[in-house]
Design a protein around this ligand. Structure first.
Ligand code: ZN
Length: 440
């Protein structure tokens, strides 16, 4: 057992002072407020937050950070650059890259990652000897980095959608596809949950999965988390409307894919009816503000979705930025730009979006909270850095960055201490991984 005393900690009822708690077998025990530190307790200065969830990640996109910023373009031209990286990865290079990226995430305060995974096969589209070699590379990477992982294994069947229908796979996309839902399901069924790993499902998008396959994927997913990219770009809406006469959200609803187990990612360009449908079905929506601005996607209706009944979560997506505080602030600050109002979300709502809501959408329904019996995942933020000095403890997330994360604990195990990850420098790990890929 280990025992802690936190000067300030975020509990279910807000930010509280003088909080004592124990950790037993990887879970919180005896969380008490307004207590003095005891002999033998580790003192946590600053503000202790529940574990922070990265609800949407593509680890390998990290290669593109600050390498795609000249020459203009759109989401679609960026995607060409991303595909060029996708063709070069194999299980070894994928592992070393993902390990560095997950270590960077841990160092930034993320304790659980939802990896939306579609790089399944070799560059010619042939299964590796182990058909889950790429997924297992991600699982091993997360294990070494110390974060929980939900592997959202994506079904990807078509090369896109035009007004005339679904397009054949481009050669670069062949490694994403299992050919049909049965083969996808058979491969995914070989993967198993373990202590810090959950297996979930994903529909890449209504562009990459024809409507006649959607219900079957929904059935195969069962009660496990099911994630879908939705309406990130107006072109997806236009093509779906032209071919199916429906919006992407309507199409998912038609096939029974919406509901509490489901998270739609981005949800940027929605109709009023889409918002009502997503909220009414209690579908979660994962916003990725730093990606959505980097890729010129637009600003999604965060407050309106929440008011309609959806739960918001956050993701770093294409890794232009890995910083949970930047994502959390992005949701609120983008709303301010659009509405001309401050305080569209309360500090408590933003912390919940970043923690418990994200955990639940990744299949860890009791995580992301500091409470008796919950998994002992927490993040200590310094309140004495040049960014955070003077911040009120309950508002520190408006000032802090990933650089202010001092300690990170997952399942009771310390993975970051004094701002250092247990594997060493994530930058050095990444530099070695980029060398390996010939990207240095
Ligand atoms: Zn994505």
């Amino acid at each position: 057992m280990s025992s802690y005393w936190a000067a300030h900690a975020w509990l279910a009822d807000g930010c509280r002072a003088d909080v004592g708690f124990d950790v037993e077998e990887g879970r919180f025990a005896r969380v008490q407020v307004g207590v003095e530190p005891r002999v033998g307790q580790e003192i946590l200065r600053g503000v202790t937050l529940p574990g922070l969830a990265n609800g949407h990640s593509h680890a390998f996109h990290r290669v593109l950070r600050a390498r795609t910023q000249t020459g203009g373009g759109t989401f679609w031209t960026w995607r060409e650059q991303m595909y060029a990286v996708a063709t070069r990865l194999d299980p070894d290079s994928y592992f070393s890259l993902a390990r560095a990226v997950f270590a960077e995430m841990a160092r930034a305060g993320y304790t659980v990652v939802g990896e939306f995974h579609y790089l399944h096969h070799d560059p010619q589209g042939r299964p590796y000897a182990d058909p889950n070699a790429m997924g297992k590379a991600l699982i091993q990477a997360a294990k070494e980095a110390g974060v929980r992982l939900t592997l959202l294994d994506a079904c990807y069947l078509s090369g896109g959608l035009a007004a005339t229908g679904h397009l054949p796979l481009d050669p670069v996309q062949t490694r994403f596809s299992d050919g049909d839902v049965d083969h996808w399901q058979a491969r995914v069924s070989l993967l198993n949950d373990s202590d810090q790993v959950r297996i979930g499902s994903a529909v890449h998008s209504v562009r990459a999965v024809p409507a006649d396959a959607l219900s079957k994927i929904g059935e195969a997913a069962g009660e496990r988390p099911l994630h879908v990219h939705l309406s990130e770009q107006p072109a997806e809406n236009a093509a779906t409307q032209a071919f199916y006469g429906r919006t992407p959200a309507e199409l998912l609803d038609d096939h029974g894919l919406l509901g509490r187990r489901t998270t739609v990612v981005h949800a940027t360009h929605l109709t009023d009816t889409d918002i009502k449908t997503l909220g009414g079905t209690q579908t979660s929506a994962c916003f990725c503000p730093t990606t959505e601005r980097d890729l010129a996607d637009g600003i999604g209706p965060a407050r309106r979705l929440t008011d309609a009944g959806s739960t918001l979560t956050l993701g770093s997506d294409q890794q232009a930025v890995i910083d949970p505080f930047e994502e959390l602030r992005g949701v609120e600050l983008h709303e301010r730009l659009v509405t001309g109002e401050r305080g569209r979300f309360t500090p408590a709502e933003l912390i919940k979006i970043a923690s418990a809501s994200g955990y639940r959408s990744l299949g860890w329904s009791d995580g992301g909270r500091i409470a008796d019996g919950a998994p002992a995942d927490f993040v200590v933020v310094r309140s004495d850095s040049m960014r955070t000095t003077g911040a009120r403890p309950d508002q520190i997330a408006y000032a802090a960055t990933a650089a202010d994360v001092d300690q990170v604990v997952v399942a009771g195990k310390v993975i970051v201490r004094d701002g250092r990850h247990r594997l060493g420098s994530p930058a050095q790990l990444l530099s070695a991984a980029l060398d390996h890929l010939g990207e240095a």
